[in-house]
Ligand binder design. Structure first.
Ligand SMILES: Cc1cc2nc3c(=O)[nH]c(=O)nc-3n(C[C@H](O)[C@H](O)[C@H](O)COP(=O)(O)OP(=O)(O)OC[C@H]3O[C@@H](n4cnc5c(N)ncnc54)[C@H](O)[C@@H]3O)c2cc1C
Length: 398
């Protein structure tokens, strides 16, 4: 099956590809392609290049720096970035808090924060989850107590992605206590350089430092940093979660990983012939490719609905589940393809400057770590079990 773009979108796709080819620095592309760790400077460099071209915030209204693209153009853009491969644009500023500030922030907040998001002058992180308040987010306990024109915040957030780089956190805090759990939550913007904040790394099982626990000890946050009304944070938080779903299927990334899987399988040998000619392994690749094409068709169906003015609903839970399962299966099959070469684990391989000979083929070195790291994709952004619940309740009527 081949889904063809119409001439207008094919021309747009070529323009995006040309821009990436001409602008993405080769060393950054190389790090993304080979699964090496990216530093803050890598992300910021790329985002500033996108911003210079006017492509940093495709989803924003034009008056705030958006592109005015159709949903289909936005899909093509995200797909090409993932397939190139370019570094992902860090979503916390542009995709998450930006739309909330645009929809619910006051003029001073828009003027202060939106240009800094576009220019990547502030690095944002997301302070939603807490120990014992992940799926049950409304159970969060970090508290903000009013003291004159400040809130004093105490508590802790966890799994905070890339908080080690962050200048700002958008954060859910409890400002009221009685009534329903969802009531009494406020949405505040916290300067991560404030006294009383500690960021403690959580090292994931492959040895990476992507997530953190953040502690607040009497952190003073100006009341002017609250978005919208006190106690209405749940409404803004839910609005943001709807935006978090963008690009959740990661089809461009999956295409690139599938191409890599086929390259690996063509290079590895089984019973004296290339592994890709082994009927059993070939069938596994084919089954996965079919799933991937079906997901792409589902995404395109939703995008065409959006083009016709229909807002994406609970169907985005399908994209989250299928996208994450496909990403995990790709990582699993790549590891299976290299067999025992996946076993030696050299954490330094992921850092710039490491030039020791790998054990086995070069492409085998990151595969196990990659597999372990991608276990996260069925947990973050709302676990797959929770997405199944959403589908059952809102689509199947259980
Ligand atoms: C790599 C990574 C990055 C993350 N980054 C961020 C971030 O930047 N900011 C942030 O705020 N959060 C972040 N998170 C947190 C993420 O949103 C939560 O981990 C997720 O919502 C699950 O919450 P939990 O970890 O508390 O697990 P729990 O909610 O305790 O769930 C444990 C298990 O029980 C299942 N479960 C729970 N409730 C139900 C139910 N009602 N029905 C069926 N099954 C259920 C879950 O699916 C899961 O398998 C990140 C998580 C990961 C893994």
């Amino acid at each position: 099956m081949e889904l063809k773009l119409d001439p207008k979108h094919a021309a747009f796709r070529d323009e995006v590809r040309r821009f990436i080819d001409e602008n993405l620095p080769a060393d950054i592309r190389d790090r993304v392609e080979n699964g090496k760790h990216l530093g803050k400077a890598d992300y910021v460099t790329w985002q500033r290049l996108l911003n210079k071209r006017g492509w940093m915030a495709p989803g924003w209204p034009v008056e705030h720096g958006g592109t005015g693209w159709t949903p289909m153009q936005r899909y093509v853009f995200e797909h090409e970035l993932g397939a190139a491969p370019a570094p992902p644009v860090i979503a916390f500023g542009v995709t998450m808090v930006g739309p909330v500030i645009i929809a619910f922030g006051n003029e001073a907040q828009k003027k202060r924060y939106l240009p800094r998001i576009l220019a990547s002058d502030d690095w944002w992180c997301q302070g939603y989850s807490e120990p014992e308040a992940g799926s049950d987010l409304a159970g969060l306990r970090s508290r903000a107590v009013r003291d004159g024109d400040h809130y004093v915040v105490n508590g802790s957030k966890t799994w905070t992605t890339l908080a080690q780089f962050a200048d700002m956190m958008f954060c859910l805090v409890r400002t009221g206590g009685d009534g329903k759990k969802q009531e009494g939550i406020s949405f505040v913007l916290i300067d991560m350089h404030s006294p009383g904040i500690t960021v403690r790394p959580i090292i994931t099982m492959e040895g990476g430092h992507e997530v953190n626990q953040v502690f607040f000890d009497n952190v003073r946050v100006p009341v002017e940093n609250r978005i919208g009304e006190e106690g209405k944070g749940w409404t803004y938080a839910k609005y943001l979660l709807a935006h978090e779903r963008t690009n959740i299927a990661r089809t461009g990334y999956a295409r690139r990983m599938l191409a890599r899987l086929k390259r690996i399988a063509a290079d590895q040998r089984s019973d004296g012939r290339p592994l890709i000619e082994d009927p059993e392994f070939r069938a596994k690749i084919a089954a996965l490719e079919i799933e991937m094409l079906a997901l792409e068709a589902t995404v395109l169906r939703m995008v065409s609905g959006e083009n016709a003015g229909r807002a994406p609903g609970p169907e985005s839970s399908i994209l989250k589940i299928k996208g994450s399962v496909i990403q995990q299966r790709l990582a699993e099959l790549q590891m299976e393809a290299v067999g025992s070469y996946a076993m030696p684990f050299v954490p330094e391989w992921f850092d710039p400057g490491w030039n020791e000979e790998p054990v086995g083929p070069d492409y085998a070195a990151p595969l196990a770590a990659h597999y372990f790291n991608w276990r996260k994709s069925s947990i973050y952004g709302g676990s797959n079990e929770i997405q199944h619940n959403i589908i059952a309740k809102h689509m199947l009527g259980f």
